[in-house]
Design a protein around this ligand. Structure first.
Ligand SMILES: Cc1cc2nc3c(=O)[nH]c(=O)nc-3n(C[C@H](O)[C@H](O)[C@H](O)COP(=O)(O)OP(=O)(O)OC[C@H]3O[C@@H](n4cnc5c(N)ncnc54)[C@H](O)[C@@H]3O)c2cc1C
Length: 437
């Protein structure tokens, strides 16, 4: 690790990687990740990535996104994302991403709250397919250094400008200076007892922003996914993708009765599932695909089929127990359409940012796309900025807290902040059911 780079990117999910790939090869970049390279939520994405199928779908795609978001979205951000979606998909294909095809044509599928088929996928491991291809491309770049197990613990900044990051690496703290810093630190699932996210994703970027009064928005908008595989084990919950309901799966109560339209938006389905659980005093309901073609289900959802098998369930022959869990963070560090935060030279992108695309509730398969579209915009803005101008010397802040104290502090800070803005039924429900603290 050097003491200074042109750009430091924190996070190696799709957002961080795509941003790095759009910066010129003459730019010195450091990418860091708290865990291993494969440990990002981007790797976990199953269902797929949305794209504007044809120009005639523009208005309905915008409307589906706004409706799911309870019209609290930023319409310009939504339109920008949708308008640029095809270009992003073409870039992914050029990088070797293999979306499922039939007779040589891309296959578009549907998920909850989409009025038409507009989701591309690679079996049920779309995130792994996209992220591994981006990672392979990044590894080819001589200008990009990647460090695993390297944790962002703070920013180096003054009132107006970010100058670098403080990281914890191999047992000690290091100050790393950069002309521009990109936070692509992902979601907050790690602070919940039950989440589909990797447990090291604890909202560090947002917590650091809160600590420094960098503007955040909508941090009480937390998405609870209605169908994760029920387990008594602690840790990451396995997601049963919306695409399974898109293919016709039923949700059943303990009496074997359907109780909700399975294709309604996530927040509504989660609420109905939780009500049904309360009614029957149980900690799960059931998902059933027994009425669908078993061979097709195995082919379409090989990863989900195997994960259920490992837990002792044959998805094609029996109903499987499912329960809601924290899944996605709609709020985050407030950014403009170029990914700029309220602190100069600090950018945020992907799940840690709040562009306004998702409003109060995210439409399925919009998050990979959001991360990719705005990561490219961040890179273009950095390229066009005054990044090559030299900056004056700055002091190195002394961090006196231990890593455990820093981690505990920002988790508490984030939880408190969320609680103070807690007007949302699902958050309240979730706190009651699962939350620590
Ligand atoms: C199970 C599951 C299924 C999903 N399915 C879909 C889907 O089908 N379609 C869709 O569009 N979306 C889906 N999503 C959501 C989507 O995957 C994520 O929102 C998206 O990938 C986030 O990308 P990101 O680059 O912002 O963050 P991530 O991919 O989560 O990456 C965050 C990165 O930041 C690093 N990091 C965090 N904190 C620090 C720190 N302090 N220091 C250093 N590094 C740090 C992490 O190590 C990681 O590398 C799914 C999510 C999950 C959990």
């Amino acid at each position: 690790m050097k003491q200074a780079y042109d750009v430091v990117i924190v996070g190696t999910g799709v957002s961080g990687l795509f941003c790095a790939l759009h910066l010129p090869e003459t730019v010195n970049i450091l990418m860091i990740t708290k865990g291993q390279l494969e440990e990002s939520n981007s790797f976990l994405a199953q269902g797929g990535i949305c794209v504007l199928k044809d120009a005639g779908d523009f208005e309905s795609y915008v409307e589906d996104t706004l409706k799911a978001g309870k019209y609290e979205n930023d319409r310009t951000a939504v339109e920008t994302m949708i308008r640029e979606s095809r270009e992003i998909i073409n870039e992914l294909i050029a990088l070797g991403v293999d979306f499922d095809k039939e007779k040589g044509e891309l296959v578009y599928t549907k998920e909850a709250a989409h009025s038409t088929n507009r989701i591309l996928h690679h079996k049920d491991v779309t995130g792994k397919e996209i992220t591994s291809k981006l990672l392979a491309a990044v590894k080819q770049r001589a200008n990009i250094e990647i460090l695993e197990q390297c944790t962002l613990v703070d920013l180096i900044k003054n009132n107006k400008t970010a100058y670098g990051v403080m990281v914890y690496y191999k047992g000690s703290y290091h100050a790393v200076y950069a002309k521009d810093i990109v936070l692509a630190t992902g979601g907050i699932g790690g602070i919940f007892k039950a989440s589909t996210n990797f447990s090291h994703l604890t909202g560090d970027g947002v917590a650091i922003a809160l600590k420094h009064q960098i503007q955040v928005a909508d941090i009480h908008y937390i998405q609870i996914h209605p169908t994760t595989l029920y387990s008594q084990k602690q840790g990451k919950r396995f997601l049963i993708s919306e695409a399974v309901r898109g293919e016709g799966a039923y949700l059943l109560n303990p009496k074997g009765e359907r109780f909700v339209d399975e294709l309604l938006p996530r927040d509504i389905v989660s609420a109905r599932v939780s009500e049904e659980m309360l009614k029957f005093q149980t900690d799960h309901v059931y998902l059933s695909v027994k009425h669908l073609d078993g061979e097709y289900i195995k082919k379409r959802f090989p990863n989900i089929y195997e994960a259920c098998k490992e837990e002792g369930y044959d998805l094609t022959k029996e109903d499987i127990p499912v329960t809601p869990a924290q899944h996605y963070f709609m709020g985050g560090i407030a950014v403009d359409l170029r990914g700029r935060t309220s602190l100069k030279h600090l950018y945020a992108v992907g799940e840690t940012s709040r562009t306004g695309v998702h409003g109060a509730n995210r439409l399925a398969s919009n998050s990979l796309l959001e991360g990719l579209v705005f990561a490219k915009k961040v890179a273009l803005d950095i390229k066009a900025s005054d990044m090559f101008l030299a900056k004056g010397p700055i002091g190195i802040p002394i961090i006196e807290e231990s890593i455990e104290e820093i981690k505990a502090n920002y988790e508490t800070l984030l939880l408190e902040a969320i609680k103070r803005k807690d007007e949302n039924f699902y958050v309240r429900w979730f706190h009651k059911q699962y939350k620590c603290g």
